[in-house]
Design a protein around this ligand. Structure first.
Ligand code: ADP
Ligand code: MG
Length: 687
């Protein structure tokens, strides 16, 4: 079987299963091998019959039988009964249905491990249908790790495991996909073994080896592939003509009229963008600035530069809520500073007629601010003279989407992306080697650091009263819950119930609104607008507010089950407050009771600097956390994490450089060239 073979060729996969797999993006044998486990589970340490407690979930009980199991004939089946003892302790009753052969297999006086769910009935411990292992078997199981896969409704973990296992046995890997000098230097496992160990690791060490190879490989092909792509696209001449920048031109005058002074980073970014517009070639720039660093106004002023010269400038946001907010902010600024330009907004939830009008204006008018979401690029939008495209919070976009937009219009526009994910400069230069980079390191001077505290759930009523006090002062608050609605699988707060509870708690004194990803876009917009207008005082929401929302009057954010979020995500969420001049607060509700988590949350308490937070979080996480929270959503890497695996990224970058220095056209390495092509085709990366 080849990697490209359809998954249906695997035994036992019919039409229905095939469709389930399609839902998680698995179509071929290669795809299933690349469907890496989300995390791994280890068999628990065996306990004595005494120690084992029913609430432990699946548990392993070590014990022996005093006598051979008895087989009783039940109404419909044979029932095998035994009791597990350990010395004189209280026994655990063991029951199996339809397994009479156990009577001759299980020997009295031999130590076994019984694995299953422990229940109590009338004060007695019992286990039904548990698995039985001898000491050696169980020790091997303990060392191995069980894969837990990302699933979809109807697809079980067991089904995925079985399919992966069959694919591993059937597939033929072509020649090794990495250069021999790398494999030797790093002692990487060979390819077949790598995939086996990432899915069914024999031990944690093996898993790490496999992961390292896959991480390296991903970076290697990403860097090689993007180099090849760039080779094909030579620099495009800048066809837009801008007059030289002057202190007192429209952009300069507008910047001077702002109610605040731009920070040094904002000024530098704006100057660079303006210089780009006047450059010889079409430019691509990355602007990195932490949440709240004021990227929007930089975008506005750079766009004004283009629009005031009679061109169009567009900004794309990852969500409708954000797009509408930008449209509103821009419209307000145009009014406030008496600028004779208009904003056209184009988002998915607009009526067909509204969309048509917007499209007609984009196709027909010069000097226009265009604000939108994906709808901007998905549909056929003809830009009349688009000179600048800015992508906000770029990590939600894929490279293909940006390419489509870039092709619109006759001449190629300049592009800039704005990112709030703090990546150290050295890494940014490797990853975004095709872009110029600007950084906004400082927050506006009028900001007070957000006061952050982590509390246990008993303190919830105190927190609610604290929120009430802030609202009494005319402010607003966010409450973040991980879930939309109650779930059997996950124990965490949910927006629907929490909203109700809060309304009861405040007894109508405070208006509480809810927001989550399952709502219709129009409904979401309506809620966000009501919150921005101050009609809603507390917004209970999932992390849909994580990206970019700006309501400066909100001064408190309460994050429920904060222990479930990565520090980078918490930092992003916290950035929703502290955007105005008033003191803001972030309350992290820790539902875990774990020491380590308290320590992590403490880092947020110490700092408001996203770069620092990312660094510290790394230090605290051991290898066991490797498969935990992703630190950066900037790139859609399957397994690599740019912060955590920075060392591999640097190695891969220098290897790719070396390879290209020796063999610029990869004539000696045709297979690598081919794989790089396949790799870039298969993955959508943000470039
Ligand atoms: P982000 O970088 O997260 O996108 P925003 O652009 O939304 O941040 O800016 C957050 C808030 O800071 C806005 O209310 C904006 O008006 C304000 N702001 C931007 N620049 C400055 C500045 N130099 N001084 C004071 N406030 C500023
Ligand atoms: Mg923003």
């Amino acid at each position: 079987m080849k990697l490209e073979t359809s998954i249906q060729e695997i035994k036992g996969i019919g039409e229905k299963t095939k469709q389930l797999f399609a839902k998680i993006g698995v179509y071929t044998v290669g795809d299933i091998l690349l469907h890496f486990p989300r995390t791994y589970q280890q068999f628990p340490e065996p306990l004595s019959a005494e120690e084992a407690q029913p609430e432990d979930g699946a548990c392993a009980v070590r014990g022996m039988l005093r006598q051979a199991p008895l087989v009783r004939r039940g109404k419909r089946m044979e029932i095998t009964v035994a009791a597990a003892y350990r010395r004189e302790a209280e026994p655990v009753e063991l029951i199996w249905y339809r397994m009479p052969y156990l009577r001759s297999q299980l020997k009295p006086g031999v130590s076994y491990i019984f694995y299953g769910k422990l229940l109590t009935e009338k004060g007695k411990k019992k286990m039904e249908q548990c698995a039985v292992y001898d000491e050696t078997q169980y020790a091997a199981l303990r060392a191995s790790l069980q894969p837990i896969y990302g699933l979809t409704k109807g697809l079980t973990n067991q089904m995925v495991k079985k399919t992966v296992s069959q694919a591993l046995d059937a597939v033929k890997f072509p020649e090794d996909t990495l250069p021999a000098f790398v494999v030797e230097r790093e002692h990487f496992p060979e390819e077949n073994g790598t995939y086996r160990e990432i899915h069914f690791p024999e031990s944690f060490d093996r898993l790490l080896e496999a992961r390292n190879r896959l991480v390296y490989e991903e970076f290697f092909y990403f860097l090689l592939g993007s180099h090849l792509q760039r080779q094909n696209q030579s620099a495009v001449k800048n066809s837009w003509v801008f007059p030289p920048v002057a202190e007192d031109d429209l952009v300069g005058r507008t910047a001077a009229a702002l109610p605040y002074e731009l920070t040094a980073g904002q000024r530098e970014s704006l100057d660079s963008l303006r210089r780009d517009l006047r450059g010889e070639c079409v430019s691509q720039r990355l602007i990195q600035g932490d949440v709240g660093s004021g990227k929007t106004v930089v975008a506005f002023l750079a766009m004004l530069d283009a629009v005031s010269q009679g061109y169009q400038a567009a900004i794309m946001a990852p969500t409708e809520v954000l797009a509408r907010q930008h449209a509103q902010t821009f419209g307000q600024m145009l009014k406030d500073y008496e600028l004779p330009y208009e904003v056209v907004c184009l988002v998915g939830s607009m009526t067909a007629k509204e969309k048509r009008t917007a499209r007609e204006r984009i196709a027909g008018e010069d000097a226009l601010f265009v604000v939108g979401t994906h709808a901007l690029i998905q549909d056929a939008v003809d830009f009349r003279r688009l000179a600048l495209v800015i992508t906000d919070e770029q990590h939600r976009f894929g490279v293909r989407q940006r390419e489509t937009l870039t092709k619109k219009g006759a001449a190629c526009p300049h592009t800039a992306v704005m990112s709030a994910t703090p990546i150290p400069r050295t890494l940014a230069m490797i990853l975004y080697s095709n872009m110029k980079i600007s950084m906004i390191r400082e927050l506006p001077a009028n900001r007070l650091p957000i006061k952050t505290c982590a509390v246990k759930t008993e303190k919830r009523p105190t927190a609610c009263r604290f929120i009430e006090r802030e609202i009494g002062l005319g402010h607003q608050a966010y409450v973040i819950c991980p879930l939309v609605e109650a779930s059997e699988k996950t124990e965490a707060e949910n927006v629907l119930e929490y909203g109700k509870k809060l309304r009861d708690f405040y007894g109508g004194r405070i208006s509480v609104g809810i927001l989550h990803g399952k709502m219709k876009p129009a409904e979401k917009n309506q809620i966000m607008e009501a919150f921005a207008a101050g009609e809603i005082q507390i917004l209970v929401s999932t992390t849909v507010v994580e990206v970019g929302i700006n309501v400066p009057n909100a001064t408190v954010i309460l994050i429920e089950n904060a222990n479930r979020f990565g520090l980078a995500a918490l930092h992003q969420l916290r950035g929703r407050v502290g955007r105005g001049q008033d003191q803001s607060y972030c309350i992290l509700m820790d539902s875990s009771g774990g020491e380590k988590i308290a320590k992590r949350l403490e880092i947020l308490n110490q700092s408001n600097d996203g770069f620092y937070i990312a660094e510290q979080d790394l230090k605290l996480r051991g290898p066991g956390d490797l498969f935990g929270v992703r630190q950066s959503g900037d790139f859609n890497f399957r397994i690599a994490d740019i912060i955590q695996d920075a060392g591999w990224l640097q190695k891969a970058a220098s290897d790719v450089d070396k390879l290209l220095a020796e063999d610029p056209d990869l004539k000696e390495h045709m297979n690598l060239k081919r794989y790089a092509g396949i790799f870039m085709e298969r993955n959508t990366y943000v470039l």
